[in-house]
Design a protein around this ligand. Structure first.
Ligand SMILES: *[C@@H]1O[C@H](CO)[C@@H](O)[C@H](O)[C@H]1NC(C)=O
Ligand SMILES: *[C@@H]1O[C@H](CO)[C@@H](O)[C@H](O)[C@H]1NC(C)=O
Ligand SMILES: *[C@@H]1O[C@H](CO)[C@@H](O)[C@H](O)[C@H]1NC(C)=O
Ligand SMILES: *[C@@H]1O[C@H](CO)[C@@H](O)[C@H](O)[C@H]1NC(C)=O
Ligand SMILES: *[C@@H]1O[C@H](CO)[C@@H](O)[C@H](O)[C@H]1NC(C)=O
Ligand SMILES: *[C@@H]1O[C@H](CO)[C@@H](O)[C@H](O)[C@H]1NC(C)=O
Ligand SMILES: *[C@@H]1O[C@H](CO)[C@@H](O)[C@H](O)[C@H]1NC(C)=O
Ligand SMILES: *[C@@H]1O[C@H](CO)[C@@H](O)[C@H](O)[C@H]1NC(C)=O
Ligand SMILES: *[C@@H]1O[C@H](CO)[C@@H](O)[C@H](O)[C@H]1NC(C)=O
Ligand SMILES: *[C@@H]1O[C@H](CO)[C@@H](O)[C@H](O)[C@H]1NC(C)=O
Length: 654
């Protein structure tokens, strides 16, 4: 899956300061319903009462949790609650007289529909739309006060807003009580399910070793306090997992590491970690962990900050993440060293155990997806009315039947016809359609497994595709193949490979408005932060697409791992290439083999042979013989007469 629109890419690009991550923030909205004008007005008036009590003239409500997670718990959907607009991206600002909501082009329509008349929609991405801080200077007088929650606001947001507001004598105030939490009476609780061990046979490296490595990184960075706030980093380092956040097996937590201590802050730890696990965590001879209550982080951080000589705070610009304003201001700023989190840099280069786990998870995942594709094809051939929502449910159930599955890794994107032209579409009861035979069906989905995380997109046509659709699919496939075959030096940056991915599509005069790759975690976030340069055992997606608005769309996505390349004159293996770990056949009726080069066609045939070998064996082992027979058909070699004209390629004809 990929991030939605150029607009968003630019926003993130400027926030992360590295070549762009490409995944979309998937809509958390289930339905496009609208709250009544009365309810909307009442919520605003309750908020304004609190603003008066706290002496502020405007209040900012972002879409985030205190760890800057990509997906957030229902309790953290404060911006949805106050505005009635339920899309996954947006920021609300309420003054004593006005209410404004910023969101990007993916959500203009949804926001227009859902916002009550009390709200103005601010269309981010249009040059005519002011930023929220500039807008505030136009609606507020000098010497007024803007409030925000310092735990949710990142340090970088704070400095960006404050620079503009201060120039107009408007103060930005950290209001520690969240005003929405005060007035939202039926606010859901956070999930409090058990936190569990990620066993060493899956994790590969013990938590003690990971901790020792983190301390080496601290010594190299010359710091004696390291503050970890990103949930996937805590989960990875401690070899613990949970289910506090949808689709991502993490738990709400902070981790403070000093030379002597490593303390994990967890809400209600005594009820969520069993005794064996607590003993494992706290009993190690040298590198043991301490467990503390989540609420104690602030007091402890202040003390640790006083005792430390230098403090590593993950740089706000290293990724869309970034530490909160409250974390930053709890420690003495003179001691702060800002740098990319060492855990982030280590985590995105998988260990051998992790890399092999990922490969194995992808075989199981391919079994589930092939079973599904076979079922769907049969259903449509038999004239059944099979709709998008049923596809989402059935695929999820098939994944759940695979060993060590822990749910889906994101909300499945399953769109037919016009819906497939929406890159981040997830079906709802209102938009659900039957998958027919006269347009394309795009399916972007993934699973969480103890031994890996998957993310795969295939596009199908269950009737007769047009020549234009075949040309487009073939160009997308050719781009994937060219990139998969690329050999490049260590440290190659993502921005160069993106061009290669698009070049075949450019020949058709076409393009797509999102990036082509993102990092992938190991039984963690399907979108994992990385520094956008390739090194061995980095796992990421390769995903070009094309979307014809209102009509049809298609995307192809594989996960790949970076491996040493075999070259003629480089015995040192300083040249790298990609191994494709996603193992799902392509749609044969959408491939025009006359437009693939010899090299591309032999790659495709070798790929299909590998799929048949690895996934086929697992299908038979699991007794899915009918799906196996289907797979054999899908993976037969594709041949063509020699000397056909190849319109797309530079390759010299024999
Ligand atoms: C901001 O405050 C300073 C003094 O504190 C004052 O000189 C200046 O005129 C003020 N600017 C505005 C726009 O009110
Ligand atoms: C804001 O306060 C400053 C300093 O007290 C004062 O100079 C300025 O006139 C005030 N501006 C307004 C618009 O009240
Ligand atoms: C404690 O939790 C671990 C998994 O996190 C599990 O393997 C173990 O069986 C549990 N022990 C008890 C006594 O429940
Ligand atoms: C922490 O450990 C590092 C490396 O082992 C050492 O250089 C540093 O002096 C220690 N700091 C403190 C405050 O003990
Ligand atoms: C703990 O540290 C001591 C001294 O450095 C070392 O001899 C011992 O092997 C370590 N124990 C473990 C379990 O790592
Ligand atoms: C990215 O991380 C790798 C591995 O840690 C490092 O070698 C490389 O210099 C980093 N590149 C950038 C651009 O930060
Ligand atoms: C669709 O509606 C049904 C029945 O009201 C409900 O149970 C289900 O959760 C809805 N599905 C979605 C995706 O919103
Ligand atoms: C596609 O099929 C649907 C019914 O399955 C029909 O309503 C629609 O008109 C068809 N569209 C085209 C372009 O043929
Ligand atoms: C390189 O060659 C070795 C030995 O033949 C083989 O095992 C490996 O898979 C090759 N690597 C690539 C990336 O083709
Ligand atoms: C499935 O195929 C395998 C291998 O061809 C065969 O041994 C087995 O009997 C088949 N199972 C069924 C249920 O047909």
């Amino acid at each position: 899956m990929h991030r939605g629109a150029f607009v968003v890419l630019l926003i993130y690009a400027s926030r992360i300061g590295v070549p762009v991550e490409t995944h979309p923030v998937i809509s958390s909205s289930k339905e496009n319903t609208r709250i009544s004008e009365d309810v909307a007005a009442q919520r605003l008036s309750l908020l304004r009462e609190q603003m008066n009590i706290y002496g502020i003239d405007a209040y900012i409500i972002t879409t985030a949790d205190v760890h800057q997670s990509e997906y957030i718990a229902n309790r953290d959907m404060r911006r949805s609650w106050i505005s009635g607009y339920t899309g996954s991206a947006g920021t609300a600002v309420v003054t004593l007289n006005e209410a404004a909501l910023w969101t990007d082009s993916r959500y203009y329509e949804q926001a227009t529909l859902q916002l009550s008349d009390d709200w103005v929609l601010m269309k981010s991405g249009l040059t005519s739309t002011p930023s929220l801080q500039v807008w505030l200077t136009t609606v507020l007088a000098a010497n007024t006060t803007v409030g925000t929650d310092p735990e949710i606001t990142t340090y970088s947001q704070w400095t960006t807003w404050n620079a503009v507001l201060a120039a107009s004598n408007i103060s930005l105030l950290a209001v520690e009580d969240n005003l929405i939490d005060i007035i939202w009476t039926d606010q859901p609780d956070y999930p409090m399910d058990a936190i569990f061990d990620h066993p060493i046979e899956f994790a590969g490296l013990s938590r003690e070793e990971k901790l020792a490595n983190a301390r080496i990184a601290m010594a190299e960075a010359d710091v004696d306090l390291y503050v970890i706030t990103a949930l996937d980093e805590v989960a990875w380092l401690t070899n613990l997992r949970g289910s506090d956040i949808p689709n991502t097996p993490v738990f709400r937590s902070y981790l403070l590491i000093t030379n002597e201590t490593a303390t994990i802050y967890i809400p209600s730890p005594e009820t969520r970690l069993n005794e064996t696990l607590i003993e494992d965590l706290t009993g190690a001879e040298n590198s043991s962990f301490a467990i503390a209550d989540y609420e104690n982080i602030w007091e402890d951080l202040e003390i640790a900050g006083e005792l430390a000589t230098a403090i590593l705070l993950p740089s706000p610009y290293s990724y869309a993440l970034g530490i909160s304003y409250r974390v930053y201001t709890t420690v003495p700023s003179s001691k702060v060293k800002s740098a990319t989190s060492p855990v982030l840099l280590v985590k995105d280069r998988k260990t051998e155990v992790e890399a092999n786990g990922m490969r194995n998870a992808h075989i199981k995942d391919a079994v589930a997806l092939c079973q599904f594709l076979y079922i769907l094809e049969e259903a449509i051939n038999n004239g059944e009315e099979y709709d998008e929502l049923r596809a989402v449910e059935e695929l999820s159930a098939l994944r759940a039947a695979q060993a060590y599955n822990f749910g889906d890794s994101f909300d499945t994107i399953a769109g037919y016809a016009a819906n497939s032209a929406l890159p981040h579409y997830t079906p709802t009861n209102e938009t659900n359609v039957v998958i027919g035979t006269n347009s394309t069906f795009m399916l972007d989905s993934g699973g969480q497994y103890y031994d890996g995380t998957t993310d795969v997109t295939r596009s199908m046509h269950y009737g007769t595709p047009t020549e234009e659709q075949r040309d487009t699919y073939t160009a997308l496939l050719a781009g994937c193949i060219d990139l998969a075959r690329l050999i490049f030096p260590v440290g190659q940056s993502y921005s160069t490979t993106d061009l290669l991915m698009r070049s075949q599509l450019y020949r058709l005069g076409r393009n797509y408005g999102h990036g082509s790759t993102h990092g992938v975690g190991y039984f963690l976030s399907v979108h994992e932060a990385w520094n956008a340069t390739y090194d061995v055992n980095f796992f990421g997606s390769q995903e070009p697409g094309y979307y014809q608005e209102g009509s049809w769309g298609m995307r192809l996505e594989n996960l790949v791992v970076v491996v040493p390349a075999n070259t003629t004159y480089d015995p040192e293996e300083t040249f790298l290439t990609f191994e494709t770990v996603t193992l799902v056949p392509y749609a044969r009726n959408l491939i025009d083999e006359t437009k693939l080069s010899d090299d591309q066609l032999s790659w495709l045939n070798e790929y299909h042979a590998t799929v048949r070998l690895k996934v086929g064996a697992e299908l038979l082992r699991q007794g899915h013989n009918a799906t196996y027979d289907w797979l054999v058909e899908q993976t037969k070699p594709i041949t063509r007469p020699r000397n056909v004209y190849r319109r797309f390629n530079f390759v010299a004809l024999p």
